[in-house]
Design a protein around this ligand. Structure first.
Ligand SMILES: Cc1ncc(COP(=O)(O)O)c(C=O)c1O
Length: 374
């Protein structure tokens, strides 16, 4: 069974080349903290903002709960900017919304599925205003800009949430290059996530590993149930308390030894194979071409909304699990829902195609031939 978002547990069977550690850009004068979760890192960032900030934030309405919740908890007023069909920000919305805010605001950019939301035009608009820009790189830690620099190198504040990519329980890194926002924290004194919560996430990873290796649809359904239940158990704890906790020692050990060059190379070559060989009128890729700079988390595509359940279930029976990112991601405001047709359409139509580094070339080609027959 091929899976999109699940991080396959590392063990002796995965004979991977050795790693060189997670790449973190070093910039003179920058500050950094390492916590258990991305949401607690955003909570911490909010506490580090200059006291006189306007408590206003610009966000997209298609957004992870873990990003919006810390702002809601802190009593921020939320301004939603719209997204283009390819999930890049509508730049004129950002311009208009920022023009209406006086004082220091926050703008969050999400680089969905590893595809950059940045452009020279967007950076120029953002540069006109008194806003703190947080580049959320949870999906895009390895994506670079057109000059070959990692997105984090240019970002004034950047966030990674490591369990989105790595087979780790936890870990989030927040960096700031702004001299007025010092996010440094002595994390040695903080506790880790409770043992039971860490165990729940390990069960989630284990179920992902079993699912990946199983060929029997019946067993796959059972593993999927375990995987989802274990994740919910973990999630209920990390979402309830967002006071800072330190990254677990186990996660840090895996983070240090993970082979990132291999990950990048495998994801890119799997994505190219998908782009070259997908010939289906059912699937429309969200990005018609794969930019050289992108290291995808997965490859987003659209299928007709009324056919999506059927497509997912037929592929599941053939050993291919496409994901959907909707639960805990739909924050389109009810009163204003007509303003967000693009986001609603994406939520209804998207599927996420796996290109994980653990998937072999043969398996990717086999998956694409199955997608082509749908
Ligand atoms: C893009 C993105 N950013 C941030 C977060 C929050 O990270 P965490 O789950 O580590 O709190 C998530 C979580 O789903 C996410 O998908």
């Amino acid at each position: 069974m091929m899976i999109t978002m699940l991080r396959i547990a590392i063990n002796e069977e995965n004979n991977m080349p050795g790693g060189k550690g997670f790449y973190l850009p070093e910039t003179a004068g920058s500050s950094r903290c390492r916590l258990a979760t991305g949401r607690s890192a955003i909570h911490h960032m909010i506490n580090c903002l200059p006291q006189n900030n306007a408590r206003k934030v610009l966000l997209p309405a298609y957004i992870a709960e873990g990003v919006i919740q810390p702002f809601l908890n802190a009593g921020f007023e939320i301004f939603f900017y719209r997204l283009e069909k390819n999930l890049r920000p509508v730049i004129s919305d950002i311009d208009r919304l920022l023009a209406g805010i006086s004082g220091l605001s926050v703008t969050v950019l999400i680089h969905y599925f590893g595809f950059s939301s940045r452009s020279a035009e967007l950076s120029a608009i953002l540069g006109k205003y008194n806003t703190v820009i947080l580049d959320d790189l949870a999906h895009a830690p390895f994506t670079v800009d057109p000059t070959g620099k990692y997105l984090a190198e240019e970002a004034e504040l950047s966030l990674y949430s490591l369990n989105k990519y790595l087979p780790v329980v936890d870990g989030a890194i927040l960096s700031s290059k702004r001299t007025d926002i010092n996010v440094a924290l002595n994390d040695n004194r903080l506790p880790e996530l409770p043992v039971l919560t860490q165990q729940a996430y390990r069960r989630h990873l284990r179920a992902g590993y079993d699912l990946f290796n199983s060929k029997e649809p019946q067993k796959c359904r059972q593993y999927l149930k375990v995987l989802e239940a274990a994740y919910e158990e973990y999630y209920s704890v990390i979402n309830a308390g967002i006071t800072p906790l330190r990254q677990s020692a186990d996660s840090f050990r895996i983070e240090e030894k993970f082979p990132y060059d291999w990950l990048t190379q495998r994801r890119r070559s799997n994505s190219y194979l998908l782009y070259e060989n997908l010939q289906s009128s059912t699937f429309t890729l969200l990005h018609s071409a794969l930019p050289d700079e992108v290291v995808p988390w997965c490859v987003p595509a659209r299928v007709p909304a009324h056919r999506r359940d059927d497509v997912l279930s037929r592929l599941f029976d053939q050993g291919v699990l496409l994901s959907v990112l909707e639960d805990k991601w739909n924050f389109i405001p009810e009163v204003d829902c007509n303003n967000f047709p693009v986001e609603q359409e994406f939520i209804n139509e998207h599927v996420l195609i796996p290109v994980s580094e653990f998937i072999s070339t043969d398996a990717i080609l086999d998956m694409v031939s199955k997608l082509n027959t749908i």
